[in-house]
Design a protein around this ligand. Sequence first.
Ligand code: AMP
Length: 576
Amino acid sequence: MMSLTSAGADCLTNHVFLSVLFFFCLAAPSPVSSVKKGKITKNSISLSWQEPDRPNGIILEYEIKYFEKDQETSYTIIKSKETTITADGLKPGSAYVFQIRARTAAGYGGFSRRFEFETSPVSVAASSDQSQIPIIVVSVTVGVILLAVVIGFLLSGRRCGYSKAKQDPEEEKMHFHNGHIKLPGVRTYIDPHTYEDPNQAVHEFAKEIEASCITIERVIGAGEFGEVCSGRLKLQGKREFPVAIKTLKVGYTEKQRRDFLGEASIMGQFDHPNIIHLEGVVTKSKPVMIVTEYMENGSLDTFLKKNDGQFTVIQLVGMLRGIASGMKYLSDMGYVHRDLAARNILINSNLVCKVSDFGLSRVLEDDPEAAYTTRGGKIPIRWTAPEAIAFRKFTSASDVWSYGIVMWEVMSYGERPYWEMTNQDVIKAVEEGYRLPSPMDCPAALYQLMLDCWQKDRNSRPKFDEIVSMLDKLIRNPSSLKTLVNASSRVSNLLVEHSPLGSSAYRSVGEWLEAIKMGRYTEIFMENGYSSMDAVAQVTLEDLRRLGVTLVGHQKKIMNSLQEMKVQLVNGMVPL
Ligand code: AMP
């Protein structure tokens, strides 16, 4: 079989080449230079404008950003295919600032300069064209229309997003506050790629912090772009508090700087207790830094490995609940993570888990788990849904698949999914319908949820809100977690069918136990009738306990080794 890596590398090279070609052939449109006011009422301003001088392609739509003068943090965005719009719902007698930009297949052009127009004052008749309708009637009408618009919007349950092609109305309207949508209860993630100038995106969503407010204390990790440190942040009027500081190493390229800050542009749009919180960025001095809340226990996979067997099931479910809640928030915002894995979850001293590692394309570039696929692009195979591996169908449903793998990682205290199977074997086994077996001592309800997340049909997988409700139910009713996947069904739920181990690589039980450093149990196994590998294949956890294997670590080693052998069998890695 052709190696995934080499084929992928070829594809990637082509892909990059084509992208570069595409990039150079298509320039974004020049800014709109002329904007005229049309009809003005006390609550609305109509505008019209000329196409940019250099559209450099077919204009697909315009984006109009406006805000009340001196209130830039609370702005509204309207999208329009025409060169006219009416901004309504405005305050009477107030100045508003408008900026317009055009989008073609090459992306958005720069925003126009700022144009300032004022609504009519309350005291004059309803509109500048001297309509004589009494103000009260206009107000009621405007109120009713606004109410109808809001109710209509809510009833339609529609989600809007910048880059969604399916959105057909002439105008799409979103309201933001500090980069977040204010009305009507819909918040949508904005891809920083839609900004021609990435610096604009980062300052839209992240606060600039003065380097003098930060004290760096020690290095705690290594990121793709530079060191990750812990330290303290002292903002004016606030108490000093601990933070994590990601730095951009010296000698970076412009692209590296853009990608590095891209993470802040994404993180800065989120505000949820289970999403890592961005404090701000340092871009005006060097080194460039991203400052986030500090998570004392670091990344979840390492933390669980270090604390194997130390938590109650409720504590583990609490961690999973937090991750699911963060993911529900992200999926509601229209953000697909693509690299959800325990290594990308951070955990604090209260065992609160937060989703982290946001990025643009680089999310996967920088993950050591990611491997090139035959279609090009790097994917963390073991965590990724089959449709995302096969045809890059990354959706919230593929994030749900990854969430199932995170559940498995958590319940097995940081075990590596599919152990040492190769990526190709994982893809093959999953395609053939095999799934990871239940972790040891795992409540049946949790394992069932994992299997649900790993449904081949992505529409049959639970949604994140359903996962959160399900985990809440289990937490409220802890007795529901008492039923564990029993040892024998755990065996039957293996990644493989019930294949005897008689023809495994090990010639004797003793050789096998020695190989996994459990040789001390050889005698007990032999004395109790487990004298062949076939017999050993039937061993359950209860059997182990009965044989006097009471140490959880030893039980795990033996059971996992059995599983692994069965996995290898089905993948033809062990001669039959
Ligand atoms: P990253 O570049 O985000 O993968 O970060 C590299 C490593 O730095 C992580 O695996 C963590 O161990 C550590 N780290 C990153 N962010 C934080 C944080 N906010 N708090 C504590 N440790 C962190």
